[in-house]
Design a protein around this ligand. Structure first.
Ligand SMILES: C[S@@+](CC[C@H](N)C(=O)[O-])C[C@H]1O[C@@H](n2cnc3c(N)ncnc32)[C@H](O)[C@@H]1O
Length: 218
């Protein structure tokens, strides 16, 4: 694999219509915090997710798969309570996340690799979250879903939050997840039942800023 020499995080993610997925190098070399993870508090999906989860109570733990620098996990824990646990494929991201949020736990783990998580089961409800990460793991989506499913206890929630490019455009991953309905059916297959969802579609420009938010129960 070619070494990438860039301080622009985009160069490590998707380039020229191809998935690059060099996240460890990205977190090491990027000059900015990738995806502006530290500035998401007012984003539309964050506001909509708050509404979707408004009646959640007694959350003991929130687990974020593909947690990056931990900022999104922190938004959820501040809103809902509980302990925070984050996993990411990048060791450098995990070190940054742990420095940012010393009260939560962070570990490396690969969503596309079977058995790479070890979430201890507890007697109270946990929320398992995957946000903004599916476009980087879609080649093994069934493994990703099973990996998370295997960490969930009965009664736990899975929150899937995913931005989409304009559905009519040609985007990387469209062959697997062409639209939110397909995503729902791919997740439903593995015995998680959809409880609520929001599809926020943005037609204004070509931005990657339409959002699917789904709450599933095991
Ligand atoms: C767009 S960021 C989302 C970060 C965070 N969830 C948020 O919403 O702010 C995607 C994250 O997924 C991580 N990631 C990519 N592929 C992964 C994999 N196979 N296993 C675990 N994490 C992965 C990347 O390192 C990156 O931190």
């Amino acid at each position: 694999m070619n070494e990438i020499n860039s301080t622009d995080y985009h160069d490590y993610v998707i380039k020229d219509g191809k998935l690059i997925a060099q996240f460890e190098q990205m977190y090491k070399n990027a000059s900015d915090i990738p995806w502006r993870q530290n500035q998401q508090e007012s984003w539309i999906d964050v506001r909509l997710t708050k509404e979707l989860l408004a009646d959640e109570k007694n959350i003991s733990r929130i687990i974020d798969y593909g947690c990056g620098t931990g900022h999104y996990l922190d938004i959820l824990v501040r809103g809902l309570g509980g302990n925070g646990l984050g996993f990411d494929i990048s060791e450098t991201a995990i070190v940054k996340a742990q420095n940012n949020f010393p009260n939560y736990s962070f570990k490396t783990g690969d969503l596309m690799n079977p058995n790479s998580f070890d979430v201890a089961s507890i007697n109270e409800e946990s929320i398992h979250v995957i946000r903004g990460t599916l476009w980087y793991v879609f080649p093994k989506l069934s493994v990703v879903i099973k990996n998370i499913f295997d960490q969930m206890s009965s009664g736990d929630t899975l929150l899937v939050v995913q931005n989409f490019p304009p559905l009519s455009s040609n985007f990387v991953g469209k062959d697997v997840i062409p639209d939110p309905q397909t995503l729902i059916s791919l997740i439903d297959k593995s015995t998680l039942s959809l409880q609520k969802s929001i599809w926020y579609e943005q037609f204004k420009d070509n931005a990657n800023d339409s959002w699917f938010i789904g709450k599933f129960k095991k």
